[in-house]
Design a protein around this ligand. Structure first.
Ligand code: ATP
Length: 503
């Protein structure tokens, strides 16, 4: 598992997807740069989301709010008082942990044990193996499951500031039951605020303390009435946006899964109070459908409904994805009630109410939101697509099977040899295709090597110009996943590629 993840990280670097930020100065922890291919993949994911959320929904519009916001925003949103993570230090190893993540890692370890037991039994019983029955009746597995659920339940109850001591006790108990950190010497659990502070203004006296936004949602809430009025929006309606958010995360690991500077894609859906249950279910379904449309495999997703709710929510669920390090949150769907708008009304003294012309009544709308991390989505797509494949001739190939719609480069064009006018024809094809797609020219090495390079970079099509092209204006087009080659007319290339890569 660890090796798989290491392979993902090194492949992302080697093929120009993700670099450590400021690498020449040995990097900056939990900050990453997207390279030439990564920037394209990220843009394509963003556009895929935007099209599904904004373009295809008549009643959802998109905005682009500033990162800096008036500081009272974060008082009203609850972030100044409650946007904390529980922090615990290990006095022996001098390592710092997020207490809840530490406990969750224990649980993941227990889950891995269960998976191992299941795999072992499946092998032993062969065709006759019934997983559900095994999970329900095998005593050891039943015990593990019980252990995991009990731990998560206790953790959910005890993350409130008043009983953080209980979290410490839980970690100490876990250290004995299932050693992870190899130490019993822990500090007390403290709450740590995740917002980055900065200053606005030139002189010391007039400077104003600001925060870098820790979520994009508040830029939508404070603009709710402006958008509703100028867009003549009728409830239910949504406002969407994508943009950077900043969190001073306690533990920064797992590559781009948890970053200090990251990008969110959020949509807040404004509804009539009382209809939140229905819309919450609706958006859960809708967002799962979006994920499944990319074809990464239904078995890699699951919902995790929250028992413990954030201060602003009356229902919440995560869409979890099977990352190389296990199932983890990819997207959150939250029913936020009127918490945010009502609080902004209170703090700003401005009315943030919707007037319903049909019923002639005013009210503060309720909100159901969908919130996904663009970088996490990138990691989900990238890690799932990276595969080592055994070929019929016994060799292996590394192939990045990105959904074609998201691939950075859609086609690479090769002249078979660097003479006889073949490079010129290849360039002509590129001149024609480049208005529609990102395309690349490559004439170096044998064609087989060029195919492998494009496979590893995730390019869905390779087009080869050969001597027959001179006679009949046809080329071969090779498909990345099947490795099949077809002979087609140059004229038909655009249509074939559009068919495969269009949203
Ligand atoms: P976690 O529990 O993993 O810290 P969260 O529950 O705090 O996440 P939300 O506040 O619900 O996350 O944010 C919505 C989405 O933003 C998450 O589902 C995730 O995809 C993304 N996200 C949150 N924090 C980070 C981060 N530090 N780096 C990358 N993406 C993030």
């Amino acid at each position: 598992q660890d090796d798989d993840f290491k392979r993902v990280i090194s492949h992302a670097k080697e093929y120009g997807y993700v670099f450590q930020s400021s690498e020449i100065y040995d990097g900056l922890s939990a900050v990453y740069d997207y390279a030439q291919n990564g920037a394209e993949l990220k843009k394509n994911i963003r556009e895929y989301w935007w099209k599904a959320m904004v373009q295809l929904n008549e009643n959802i519009v998109g905005i682009d709010a500033a990162i800096f916001m008036h500081p009272t925003t974060w008082k009203a949103s609850g972030h100044v008082d409650a946007f904390n993570d529980p922090l615990i230090d290990n006095k022996d190893s001098k390592k710092r942990y997020r207490a809840d993540v530490l406990v969750e890692d224990h649980v993941a370890k227990i889950e891995a044990k269960i998976e191992k037991e299941v795999a072992k039994a499946a092998k032993r019983f062969g065709d006759k193996f019934d997983e559900a029955q095994f999970l329900a009746t095998n005593q050891r597995v039943v015990d593990y499951q019980e252990q995991a659920t009990t731990i998560l339940k206790r953790l959910g109850k005890s993350l409130a500031a008043e009983d953080l001591a209980d979290v410490k006790k839980l970690i100490e108990e876990l250290d004995i039951a299932c050693p992870m950190s190899g130490s019993k010497n822990w500090t007390e659990v403290k709450q740590f605020n995740l917002m980055f502070g900065t200053k606005l203004g030139a002189t010391a006296e007039s400077a104003m303390d600001l925060y870098l936004r820790p979520e994009t949602a508040q830029g939508i809430f404070v603009n709710f009435l402006n958008v509703q009025k100028t867009g003549r929006m009728k409830i239910p309606f949504g406002i969407a946006q994508t943009g950077k958010a900043f969190r001073n995360e306690i533990v920064a690991r797992q590559f781009i899964f948890r970053m200090r500077e990251f990008e969110q894609m959020e949509m807040q859906y404004f509804i009539k109070p009382g209809t939140q249950q229905e819309w919450y279910e609706n958006w859960k379904k809708n967002r799962m459908k979006w994920h499944l449309s990319l074809g990464l495999g239904a078995e890699n997703y699951r919902f995790h409904d929250h028992e413990k709710l954030a201060h602003y929510a009356d229902a919440a669920s995560d869409i979890e994805f099977r990352f190389p390090f296990g199932f983890k949150e990819l997207e959150g769907i939250h029913s936020r009630t009127d918490f945010d708008l009502a609080s902004h009304e209170k703090h700003s003294g401005k009315k943030l109410q919707y007037f319903d012309y049909e019923t002639r009544e005013s009210y503060v709308p309720y909100v159901v939101e969908t919130s996904i991390g663009l970088d996490r989505m990138f990691l989900a797509v990238f890690s799932n697509s990276l595969q080592e494949e055994e070929l019929a001739n016994g060799s292996t190939r590394t192939v990045l099977k990105l959904p074609s719609v998201l691939a950075p480069t859609k086609a690479a064009v090769f002249p078979l040899v660097k003479k006889d006018g073949l490079p010129e024809i290849a360039q002509e094809i590129i001149e024609d295709l480049k208005w529609d797609f990102n395309v690349e020219y490559d004439e170096k090495d044998a064609v087989g090597r060029r195919y492998r390079r494009q496979d590893a970079a995730g390019t869905p099509f390779c087009i080869t110009v050969d001597h027959q092209t001179l006679e009949d204006k046809t080329v071969t087009i090779r498909h990345r996943d099947s490795m099949e080659q077809q002979r087609v007319a140059i004229e038909s290339l655009k249509g074939i590629i559009h068919e495969a890569v269009d949203m």
